[in-house]
Design a protein around this ligand. Sequence first.
Ligand code: C2E
Ligand code: MG
Ligand code: MG
Length: 425
Amino acid sequence: MNESPTYVANRDSLLRDLEHYISDHLTEGKKLAILLININHFRQINVVYGYQAADHLLDEFSQRLHKLSRKQDYIARVGNSEFIMVLPEILNEGHVTLAAHKLLSSLDSPFSLNGHKHKISADMGIALFPDHAVDIQSLIQKAELALLTARHSADAYSIYTSKTQNIEVNNWDIEDELRNAQERDEFELYFQPQVDLKTGQLFGAEALIRWKNRDKGYIRPDIFIPVSEQSGQIHSITWWTINAALRLIKDWPVTQPPLKVSVNLSARVLNDPELVSSVRSALSIWGANPEQLTLEVTESALMEDMDTSFITLDELRSFGLNISIDDFGTGYSSMAYFKYIPANELKIDKSFIRYMLDNEMDQHIVKTVIEMAHGFDIKVVAEGIENEATLSSLKRLGCDIAQGFYLARPMPQEDFIQWLEDYQA
Ligand code: C2E
Ligand code: MG
Ligand code: MG
């Protein structure tokens, strides 16, 4: 077992060390597990408590990992808030699950940050040798993919499976298939309801794209959207989405005020000089009321080219559209620009909502964001609400709008309309 891993390991020497483990296992026919562990919201911890306290937390975290590990296990810090663990001589998957639970339980007791006790959370991705790959680079990549899955799921850890699709489909395939997707009518728009927490009334829905490929089945948007951003296909996908949304809301029940629909815009589209005119023409084609349309832009997309995006968003708002800042809290926001944000809505990222009940720091961040947003007359949406207790807690904190599996999962138009009718009844 190596010593004090709180400095970030040198990549080459790390790979050399890990290859050594693999070669041992090649000859002995044993299993080995690679675990990637990422401390959630580490950047916020840095900002709120300072670097020294954050470093201290890393030390304590790695000490806890060491305490729970066996002498043959390997631990190293591989990124700002990321650790790698190698567990040699694993018997089976159950054995790894047990280890994952044990390691994650080390987070149950709070950490000391500048004299205050705080609970932190982490996500973990796991890959097994030789089951998932036989060379170290691929094993790490598979563990990264599993970590991504964990980040998007309710569970804190995830073991790689070949079902963790994407992976098998390399970027080339996706790009090729995407070209035909629109022609073959493989896209569909799902809607996830949003409810006003103050009145209990329906507020609207977020439109989320679904792609059902004829061979591979459903491919997750967080997999194919980034590919389409790289290839430039995101533009046509976005126009499809906006038009589909405006067409479909015409069949929604009429309410007072009218239900809103939110469409996601990626960074590349935000900087498209055609954006404003395309949105305008879509609104006029479908005869839609601009107040019914909300465009969601992630905080990080907004910051990519702040000057240009602020101008574009101001222009969009000037003809009555709503702008929402998505995944708020995950980008590099600064209080200094907050008052200039050309938005009337802010969506707190689901990673804060997920653990807010037993994580004081997340709860504190949620509370602060709500107060700050209200100070600037910005409405706050919480996404990723998975249970009643979280919903009540957000209501108490003064959050305006709720979205999450607890209320409803994203669903196709027909089911959504049925859901609306049932909700109203
Ligand atoms: P997002 O815009 O932050 O959308 C919210 C995501 O959270 C959706 O995932 C939704 O299904 C999921 N979600 C909602 N409630 C819960 C919950 O209670 N628990 C959990 N664990 N998840 C919840 P989805 O549909 O897979 O979309 C993922 C991301 O892909 C979106 O994140 C958005 O960034 C992107 N995306 C989806 N549709 C489009 C689109 O039409 N255009 C663009 N540019 N991006 C899109
Ligand atoms: Mg969104
Ligand atoms: Mg979001």
